[in-house]
Design a protein around this ligand. Structure first.
Ligand SMILES: CC(C)(COP(=O)(O)OP(=O)(O)OC[C@H]1O[C@@H](n2cnc3c(N)ncnc32)[C@H](O)[C@@H]1OP(=O)(O)O)[C@@H](O)C(=O)NCCC(=O)NCCS
Length: 408
């Protein structure tokens, strides 16, 4: 008899779907209606009318900045772009085939070691650390890309916006204004998304009173997975592997019949079109036309159409493109290598992570636990509360090749 059978029935919620674990004032999603709000503002309006710096200020501080506040914030971020010398030394020492998300995760941890505010438990110190992280994650991603190609990292250009400077430090060429503006919009769209896996990882880590960089590093780790931020690179890989539109129907069938996934489709919260995907779909079409790369948009829209049809046949009516589906062709057209697509997600999402870490640490009167500590149902070996009989090493039977993973 298992332990759980001796207990009263536990309510189990696999994957914490639909479980409310804290209050937040940062963002809001209505998954049925396809609405995303940052601090009360519609994502569509922010994407249309604001900039990433404005949104970063909004998310961190809770209200929109006025002109002088925005200028000051922008200057503070620009002023923190330089990485300490030892971080460049570390980057130079990494194997050149290291995955950029792994490099980011470990380099962020190394940045913690010289942050003067690291152990200062005040809100102001955390805002300063957030500004440093927002400033430096794009610099790290671009520097790593150049180092792995045997090139020197480039100094930042104070005259360029956050997005434009990233493209400059990555490619070594000044981006055209429209492309920089489009990347800025992508950063706006990815900046926060309530209690997604990486944000929850950040909050869970700092609920132990660990510092902000420990939280952000956990967030990067969680984001790297293909069911979360890693999906955008998988989407692009899928698009590249498809030779023509004629291959799509057969590919979808074999994928779904074999229990595989169509990356970039489906969402744990949205049961209608992800509002960010709608925006990115238009952007992918426009950029495709502008650069003569319509191919990606044609393939994507056909996968969307046939994918929805195939899911419907299986009785799944709400699996639609998510944010990663159309961001992949957008980034590809911008010249972003496959494995730097997820780091771009991190370049933006670090804003939300930092705001959530600050909320976790400093928000007053929040309905949240001091330390997250869910339960698990024990389904392993059980011989009663007095424990199983411990056989001395010498008298244990030889079980041959039985260590085949079945115990795990
Ligand atoms: C994001 C994701 C993990 C959400 O999963 P979820 O919470 O289980 O979503 P749902 O409850 O709507 O899934 C319902 C069913 O459809 C399946 N499904 C969902 N998205 C799917 C996809 N893209 N491809 C194939 N099957 C999918 C689920 O496996 C589940 O199947 P089941 O009922 O046989 O167990 C899932 O949609 C997925 O894996 N998508 C692809 C990866 C991706 O794009 N991630 C980025 C998210 S922003």
């Amino acid at each position: 008899m298992g332990y759980e059978m001796e207990q009263s029935v536990n309510v189990k919620n696999v994957g914490l779907r639909g479980v409310t674990v804290a209050d937040t004032k940062i963002s809001f999603i209505d998954g049925e209606k396809g609405v995303l709000l940052y601090r009360g503002y519609r994502i569509e309006q922010l994407a249309q009318d604001s900039s990433f710096m404005e949104v970063a200020y909004l998310i961190l501080n809770g209200r929109l900045p006025n002109k002088s506040e925005l200028m000051e914030f922008d200057a503070l971020v620009k002023n923190e772009r330089l990485l300490p010398d030892y971080v460049y030394e570390i980057l130079n020492a990494y194997p050149k085939n290291a995955a950029p998300m792994d490099v980011l995760q470990s380099a962020v941890t190394s940045l913690a070691m010289s942050d003067p505010d690291l152990f200062e438990e005040t809100r102001d110190a955390h805002i300063r650390m957030a500004i440093r992280l927002i400033a430096r994650i794009p610099v790290l991603a671009a520097a790593w890309h150049r180092i792995r190609k045997g090139l020197e990292p480039l100094p930042s250009d104070e005259g360029l916006s956050h997005a434009a400077n990233f493209l400059w430090q990555l490619h070594g060429a000044k981006p055209d204004e429209e492309m920089a503006r489009d990347l800025d919009t992508c950063l706006v769209l990815h900046a926060d998304h309530t209690f997604n896996a990486s944000t929850f990882a950040c909050r869970e880590v700092v609920s132990t009173k660990a510092h902000m960089y420990a939280g952000v590093s956990a967030g990067i780790g969680a984001l790297s997975g293909s069911l979360h931020g890693g999906a955008n690179a998988k989407v692009m890989k899928m698009l590249m592997e498809l030779e023509s539109e004629n291959d799509i129907a057969g590919w979808i069938k074999s994928q779904l019949d074999g229990g595989g996934k169509i990356m970039g489709m489906g969402h744990a919260v949205y049961k209608t079109m992800d509002p960010r995907a709608r925006f990115l779909k238009d952007m992918a079409a426009r950029l495709g036309r502008k650069t003569g790369q319509e191919r990606w948009h044609i393939l994507s829209t056909e996968i969307e159409r046939l994918g929805i049809e195939a899911f419907r046949k299986k009785g799944k009516t709400d699996i639609l493109p998510n944010v990663d589906f159309y961001s992949a062709p957008v980034y590809h057209i911008m010249g972003i290598p496959l494995d730097l697509m997820t780091p771009i997600f991190a370049i933006s999402r670090v804003t939300g992570w930092c705001a959530h870490i600050i909320e976790e640490k400093f928000a007053e009167a929040q309905d949240k636990p001091a330390l997250y500590r869910p339960k698990a149902e024990y389904v392993g070996q059980y011989c009663g509360l007095s424990g199983c009989t411990y056989e001395p090493l010498e008298s244990r039977a030889d079980l041959g090749d039985s260590l085949d993973g079945t115990f795990f």
